[in-house]
Design a protein around this ligand. Structure first.
Ligand code: ADP
Ligand code: MG
Length: 413
């Protein structure tokens, strides 16, 4: 705490408090998270690991880590202060006026760059939501809140609960399947949808209906003023099968976004990004061959999906069609990364995740979800008054609600 003056309390979470502080030497404002350290030594070790992890995230679109230290049973994490609020506030302040598409894409591309950065480092955020995306007055967007609360939870709740905001929780979590990099993509899709409609894609007045909506992947279409690109991106990011969702790199390689990346990044990172795009966009023949081999390993459902994609793309220009085709396929590198994440995150007792996984997604709503919906008394009730605290856009509140005991933490960091 030495060297810092506390200016105000920004908020309180399950972990402790977030303070706005002034650093006397640099004459700069920072956010300081004051986290209560758990009693057990393994819990403390986990907290420290998390601080180390945060320190490794160095990217213009990720809230910068300054330092961390421990004092009086607390861990303090000092990070960059974003002086223009968060995306959730921005959405509320719109009062129903839709954002221009340029603004949405300008924010979205920065969020994708942040997600790409963390995924490249094999880190899963697991709590991507508009409230955790911060803004600066210079127009930068920064992903923050790297889940220290999650790692610092009581050891039992750490093992047995998934802490997240239910609106952003992807179908695979409700299905008791492992969280993976594509689960973050689903949540990112929820933010993109919110930016386009000022509403959550999946809303309901009870747990049961919320889960059913998420697991069916049913959402209202976007306002027609938005381009095919935005409609298409959202459709891809809301694929029920995580494997069919694009990775952050694949999204960024889309023509409409690559142009924007240059404006968002310092030149050295922009050059590195161009290189990645080149690698992602394989020559035609090569791409076709790769595609064949990927499809051979996938379920027959993809045939229908491909046919749908063809029908859809026939309505659009060749460039749009080319982009649309590229989006559904990951590069070899991304597929490898996905498999590695899956392999180390397999369900206990599951020997062949890829097959189990495929079978799971062939069904409409899995038995797991239906069992949960039938058996959990919590689900038959409506949201509690605390949970239904509504925002200006009529949404039940963005409270973090611990979910069900069977949803255990399986993230690979
Ligand atoms: P929670 O999400 O549980 O409220 P956070 O630590 O994410 O906990 O945030 C606590 C409060 O501090 C919130 O009001 C949030 O908007 C604010 N906050 C967190 N990090 C930053 C940051 N880097 N810049 C500005 N405000 C922040
Ligand atoms: Mg937060």
């Amino acid at each position: 705490m030495e060297g810092y003056n506390v200016l105000k309390v920004l908020g309180e979470g399950s972990f402790g408090r977030a303070l706005l502080v002034h650093h006397r030497i640099s004459d700069q404002k920072y956010v300081m998270k004051e986290i209560r350290l758990p009693m057990s030594s393994s819990g403390v070790e986990n907290s420290r690991k998390e601080a180390v992890l945060l320190a490794k995230m160095k990217h213009p679109n990720i809230v910068a880590f300054k330092e961390s230290f421990e004092a009086d049973g607390h861990l303090y994490i000092v990070m960059e202060y974003c002086d223009d609020g968060d995306l959730m506030q921005k959405i509320k302040h719109q009062g129903g006026n839709l954002f221009p598409e340029d603004t949405i894409l300008h924010w979205f591309v920065q969020m994708c760059l942040a997600v790409k950065h963390i995924h490249d480092k094999r880190v899963l955020h697991r709590d991507i939501k508009s409230k955790n995306v911060f803004l600066t007055q210079s127009g930068k967007v920064k992903l923050g809140d790297f889940g220290s609360a999650r790692l610092l939870a009581h050891p039992m709740s750490y093992a047995c609960t998934y802490v997240g905001t239910p609106y952003y929780v992807p179908p695979e979590i409700w299905e008791s399947l492992p969280y993976n990099n594509k689960s973050d993509i689903w949540s990112l899709g929820c933010i993109l949808y919110e930016l386009c409609t000022l509403k959550h894609p999946f809303q309901a007045n009870s747990w049961k209906h919320l889960i059913l909506k998420i697991c069916k992947g049913s959402y209202d279409p976007l306002p027609s003023q938005y381009s095919y690109e935005l409609h298409y991106l959202i459709k891809q990011m809301f694929k029920r099968n995580p494997q069919n969702r694009p990775s952050a790199s694949t999204i960024l390689a889309r023509g409409c976004l690559t142009k924007l990346v240059k404006n968002c990044l310092p030149s050295e990172i922009a050059n590195e990004f161009e290189q990645i795009v080149k690698e992602t966009k394989k020559p035609e023949g090569n791409a076709a061959r790769q595609k064949g081999s990927v499809m051979a390993g996938r379920s027959s459902n993809n045939k229908t999906e491909n046919r749908q994609r063809k029908d859809e793309s026939s309505k659009h220009s060749p460039l749009e069609r080319k982009n649309a085709e590229g989006l559904s396929e990951d590069t070899r590198e991304q597929r490898k990364s996905y498999q590695e994440v899956s392999a180390s995150a397999v369900l206990p007792g599951s020997t062949d995740l890829s097959h189990a996984h495929r079978r799971q997604w062939e069904k409409k709503i899995s038995n797991t979800v239906l069992d949960v919906l039938e058996n959990a008394s919590l689900l038959s009730s409506s949201f509690t008054p605390e949970e239904t605290e509504t925002s200006s856009c009529g949404l039940p509140g963005h409270k973090e609600v611990p979910l069900f005991p069977q949803f255990s933490e399986r993230t690979v960091l």
